[in-house]
Design a protein around this ligand. Structure first.
Ligand SMILES: [Zn+2]
Length: 349
């Protein structure tokens, strides 16, 4: 899941630029309750614009700005244009419109379909909850010795290829699960598509307006939904494993379960900007936690009396320092942990 900033809010800057500006294309506009959400399909960024600001931006089609009738004064119009230019909503050469979706190809905008069929998301939420509960008995009922025996007997290049397909399915379902719960929670899902993840093709979901989801609980559910989807698939694979008579089928069930464990482990390290990070960020209520924590630690190490963060309370400061230290340790140690795991499996085989 990629959360699209928190919707960059347009503010006035003290900059004057020329007239005759044209708005960029490839912007998808979503009408929300009190504002407009603009999603840039190229840069994958989202922007929140008020009604008046949106109407003005919409009218920027290359004609002389002075001709545009709006409730803004000429000065305000220019100020707004400078902001639009700065954040990449105007078509010129100075605005930053970094293309982020280079390895991403959007295929479907689920927003309007799911908006009309919101019941699908509600039903899916309940299925996911069932998955959380249903997985528990599997741990007790599984014959782990039998599992180990089947793995050693059936593992081969051929079954390995099937494993790769299962990983793609697991990652795609993970993303779809985010999309469904995000829609249920009131966020905007402008696109589902295909991207290259390391070397594997898999699905991705862009969730916009995450910051405007009303309750903390709903925010956490959106971030948790990907893992929830994988747990659901593990439960399905687990029960087929338990009741299947054929060892071939049992082996593919084990593969399917492992394929679904990969995205779960890939998302639980909250020092990386994945699902667990979004959860921690929401729980602590600190936006841009990673940058802020690192910056805070560095400025503190350089200068003991920091003026900038004077207003933060003691607890926030402590959390920032702990997180920053953890993040640095994680960055230093993580490659070694992976290397260790790889070596230990290699040696065992
Ligand atoms: Zn995820």
């Amino acid at each position: 899941m990629t959360t699209c900033d928190y919707g960059e809010r347009v503010m006035l800057y003290d900059l004057i630029i020329g007239v005759n500006m044209r708005r960029v294309d490839n912007i998808q506009v979503f009408r929300r309750n009190h504002y407009y959400l603009l999603f840039d399909k190229k840069s994958k960024k989202s922007f929140t614009l008020g009604e008046k600001e949106y109407v003005f931006w919409e009218s920027l089609d290359g004609r002389d700005v002075n001709e545009i009738k709006s409730s803004y004064s000429d000065y305000e119009k220019r100020e707004l244009m400078s902001v639009f230019n700065k954040i990449g909503l105007l078509n010129n050469h100075t605005g930053h419109r970094k293309i982020e979706g280079r390895y991403k190809k959007a295929i479907w905008c689920p927003e309007f379909f799911l908006d009309k069929n919101i019941w699908i998301t509600k039903i899916y939420w309940w299925i996911m909850i069932v998955g959380f509960v249903a997985i528990i008995p599997i741990f007790f009922l599984c014959d782990y010795n039998q599992m180990r025996r089947i793995i050693t007997e059936y593992v081969s290049v051929k079954t390995g290829v099937v494993g790769v397909v299962f990983v793609i399915i697991a990652l795609s379902f993970h993303e779809l699960s985010h999309a469904l719960i995000a829609k249920k929670s009131g966020a905007v899902v402008p696109e589902i598509g295909i991207m290259i993840n390391f070397i594997l093709p898999c699905a991705y979901t862009t969730v916009c307006d995450y910051g405007n989801i009303k309750t903390l609980e709903k925010k956490i559910w959106v971030a948790l939904a990907g893992i929830g989807g994988n747990i659901l698939l593990i439960a399905v694979g687990g029960y087929i494993f338990l009741f299947a008579n054929n060892e071939n089928i049992k082996f593919f069930c084990i593969e399917f379960i492992f394929a679904n464990i990969i995205p779960i482990f890939g998302n639980i390290n909250f020092f990386y900007r994945d699902d667990a990070y979004v959860i921690i960020e929401s729980l602590l209520g600190i936006r841009g936690l990673k940058e802020r924590a690192k910056k805070y630690l560095i400025t503190n190490l350089k200068n003991c009396k920091t003026q900038k963060y004077k207003d933060e309370n003691y607890l926030t400061k402590l959390v920032l320092i702990i997180y920053a230290v953890g993040a640095y340790i994680n960055e230093l140690l993580f490659p070694f942990i992976i290397l260790f795991l790889l070596l230990s499996t290699y040696v065992r085989i």
